[in-house]
Design a protein around this ligand. Structure first.
Ligand code: DAT
Ligand code: MG
Length: 138
């Protein structure tokens, strides 16, 4: 057993489309523990910290604009190998080709939306999880 914590975000598209409950249901069905959860309206400064690794990339500005387009839900999630496990539940980054059975594959739209509208974020390593949990939960 390697119990660990990760940061999950239900992004503004997930909240706006009323999918928060469906996404939480999958997380809970897997057996992960909700340690903390809150509705957030992140400002630019917080998003710049969160997405620091992507600064300068072509999709950086549209990504920040999208993340400021409405409320999101931040979740501190705990479980056995939850960092890798949640990313497996989420599916690959581009929802157009994410596998069926994953959050992005089942709920991601394939028309008229950009890649950043992929419903969820999950930390990608123990180092990222520690850094991101500090940014969103202090
Ligand atoms: P992930 O969210 O799967 O960890 P990432 O960390 O590489 O993916 O990128 C962060 C977010 O940026 C991603 O959820 C959506 C957006 N993004 C990534 N690559 C993109 C691209 N080529 N075009 C548009 N948006 C992109
Ligand atoms: Mg990432």
């Amino acid at each position: 057993m390697a119990t660990e914590e990760t940061l999950v975000l239900v992004k503004p598209d997930g909240v706006a489309r009323g999918l928060t409950g469906a996404i939480l249901a999958r997380i809970e069905a897997k057996g992960y523990a909700l340690v903390d959860i809150r509705l957030v309206e992140p400002d630019r400064a917080r998003l710049e910290r969160h997405y620091a690794e992507h600064e300068g990339k072509p999709f950086y500005e549209p990504l920040l604009e999208f993340m400021m387009s409405g409320p999101a839900v931040a979740i501190r999630l705990a479980g056995n190998r939850v960092i890798e496990g949640f990313r497996s539940l989420a599916g690959t980054t581009d929802p157009t080709t994410a596998a069926p059975g994953t959050i992005r594959g089942d709920f991601g739209r394939d028309w008229g939306v950009a890649v950043q509208q992929n419903l969820v974020h999950g930390s990608d390593s123990p180092e990222s999880a520690a850094r991101e949990l500090e940014i969103w939960f202090g």
